[in-house]
Ligand binder design. Structure first.
Ligand code: COA
Length: 163
């Protein structure tokens, strides 16, 4: 069965939380290195209860699913800021994150948003650049992790009214 992207429901919270945590721990070593305290701060709010709340409060919290398994998750504010985008280590480089970002950008265009923005990890920087995201002058030191947050943004082409 192909990978499908759909809006998350609160029933997805536990599996989604697991994907987010594994993605950080297993894929983002370039970001946290051997700094276990940094990793612990990053993971601290990635609980099932919080993911459930984020899903229920967000209009744009999406999951990628295949055969009933959650392979990735991404969310965006109503102003077009991508808050999270994580793929399962079991599904890396299969187009999951690209499909999730495409779906968020489609939703943004439909809502009349002209620009998407995000803070990239080091791990995902090349990925976002290949999607057309460019550095802005908004980079800062993250107050929780103390890591440099790489602020990127992309101008969106307007929605095609014929679609
Ligand atoms: C880098 C990452 C975001 C890519 O997502 P993915 O679902 O594995 O990748 P996709 O198959 O959707 O996209 C592949 C693209 O990733 C990029 N890519 C390929 N190899 C890469 C690598 N070693 N490192 C980073 N990006 C790479 C390329 O642009 C590739 O596009 P192409 O196939 O057209 O060349 C993901 O693997 C990852 O590491 N996520 C960790 C969590 C994270 O950092 N999330 C971002 C929070 S802001």
């Amino acid at each position: 069965m192909p990978v499908t992207v759909r809006a998350a429901t609160t029933d997805d919270a536990a599996a989604t939380c697991d994907v987010i945590r594994r993605s950080i721990v297993e894929l983002c070593r370039a970001d946290y290195g051997s700094d276990e305290a940094f990793l612990a701060r990053w993971l601290a709010n990635k609980t099932v209860e919080n993911v459930q709340r984020w899903i229920s409060q967000s209009r744009h919290f999406l999951v990628a699913e295949e055969d009933g398994a959650i392979l990735g998750a991404a969310s965006m504010t109503e102003a077009g800021k991508v808050l999270l985008n994580y793929v399962s280590p079991d599904a890396r480089f299969r187009g999951v994150s690209k499909a999730l970002m495409q779906a968020l950008e489609d939703r943004a265009r439909t809502a009349g948003i002209t620009e998407c923005s995000l803070d990239s990890t080091q791990t995902a920087l090349r990925f976002y650049q290949s999607l057309g995201y460019q550095p802005t002058d908004q980079s800062y030191i993250h107050p929780v992790t103390a890591a440099p947050a790489l602020a990127l943004a992309k101008r969106l082409r307007p929605a095609d009214p014929s679609r």
